[in-house]
Design a protein around this ligand. Structure first.
Ligand SMILES: *Cc1c(COP(=O)(O)O)cnc(C)c1O
Length: 396
């Protein structure tokens, strides 16, 4: 028999949809895929070359569990350069992807009975990972009409004496929202006052548009920094999802505990990928601007496309590479015999009848929405949007 833990666990819905999309494509079906949460660009050449060099030089053995010093130094330099934050080596750990960073952190920090605040819409993996650590996810509903902000008032309603941490993700997946400085300050103040931690998932830091700038909550002041653990990685910024390198910066006791957990599970992240990550962080950064320019064009196209559909509204993302259009007014209509009344039903209809793969909003905690990744070509985006328009106009 399986453990209770394994029994209750669902596979990641976004990865499941990507798998379904790939399976249909393999059968020769022309799918417009918006499921994948990874940049469609190739990893920049100088990063690949650093990995090839590592292989040729025989850098193919175990490394220290928490990562090699030159990579930690590159990460320290990144935080100094980009965020004005000072860390020491013992305050940094490298893990096998940002997801692994978060997983180890939750294992190091949470106990049975702890409550963890998660603003909704949230990244699909937060609640199950919190539960795997024995703690209880407490969802804070944030709304499109409020720019998906968490205000002090909203936060106060959800804090109890069991609150251990809050998970912040900005720019966010699935919405692309960012918290205002004022609200970050309020969250920081509350964390100090009530004694909980701030887990700051800043994986989309560099993918930010228009006049918005990324401010890490840890950079507001020293007292907030002491309560903050930043989870980050190279996956999204450098189109390195397959390389599996994530990193965490925070108080040394927490980083040390994560390192112990890692030493009893995965050991070090891949030696070759660590060398590649050094090249990514220390090398030329032009690839980011190039990627961002493409993402912005696609975002603008999709947002105006969705806004032109009767009954559909669409939040304009400030960062990341997802749109989260609102279909609430359209749900409840019928397609032939079937009532399309949920985001999951709409997703199935789009995939099966209109060969377009999206993720239902409910997986991110919000019914009535769909999430589409625009980390795909303009050609797919144009085709997919046409198909969605057709599907919506076929509803009655
Ligand atoms: C993609 C993603 C991550 C981490 O991805 P890795 O590939 O594991 O580095 C973390 N948080 C969010 C919100 C993400 O979308």
């Amino acid at each position: 028999m399986l453990s209770k833990r394994a029994h209750a666990l669902k596979p990641s819905p976004t990865l499941a949809i990507s798998a379904k999309e790939k399976a249909l494509k393999a059968q020769g079906v022309d799918i417009a895929g918006f499921g994948a949460g990874e940049p469609d660009f190739d990893t920049p050449a100088h990063i690949k070359e650093a990995a090839i060099k590592a292989i040729n030089e025989g850098f193919t053995k175990y490394t220290p569990v928490s990562g090699i010093d030159p990579l930690k130094d590159a990460i320290i330099e990144k935080f100094k350069r980009d965020n004005g934050l000072e860390y020491k080596r013992e305050e940094i750990i490298v893990s096998c992807g940002g997801k692994h960073s978060l997983y180890n952190l939750f294992q190091a920090l949470f106990d049975e009975g702890d409550e963890v605040l998660i603003p909704s819409p949230f990244w699909v993996s937060y609640p199950p990972m919190v539960e795997l650590a024995g703690a209880k996810p407490v969802i804070i509903e944030t709304e499109e009409a409020d720019d998906y902000q968490i205000t002090e008032k909203l936060l106060k309603k959800h804090i109890t004496k069991h609150t251990k941490a809050i998970i912040l993700n900005y720019p966010s997946n699935p919405v692309g929202s960012v918290f205002t400085l004022k609200n970050l300050e309020a969250i920081g103040k509350m964390a100090i006052e009530k004694g909980f931690y701030i887990i700051s998932d800043e994986i989309y830091e560099k993918l930010i548009y228009d006049e918005y700038v990324h401010t890490s909550i840890a950079s507001i002041d020293k007292a907030i920094k002491e309560r903050t653990i930043i989870c980050h990685g190279v996956s999204k910024t450098y189109s390195m999802t397959g390389w599996r390198i994530g990193f965490t910066a925070g108080p040394k006791e927490i980083i040390g505990a994560m390192s112990n957990i890692q030493s009893q599970s995965t050991s070090n992240p891949t030696s070759i990928s660590q060398k590649a990550a050094i090249a990514a962080l220390n090398g030329p950064q032009e690839s980011i601007a190039m990627m961002l320019e493409q993402f912005k064009k696609r975002r603008d196209f999709l947002v105006s496309g969705f806004r032109s559909i009767e009954g559909v509204t669409c939040y304009n993302p400030k960062g990341a590479f997802y749109v989260f259009p609102n279909f609430k007014k359209v749900l409840g209509r019928r397609y032939i015999e079937k009532t399309i009344d949920t985001s999951a039903a709409l997703t199935t209809l789009l995939l099966e009848e209109f060969h377009t793969a999206v993720v239902p909003g409910i997986e991110f905690g919000k019914e009535g929405y769909l999430r589409l990744s625009y980390a795909t070509s303009m050609e797919v985006i144009e085709k997919g949007l046409e198909r969605i328009k057709k599907a919506i106009s076929a509803l009655e």
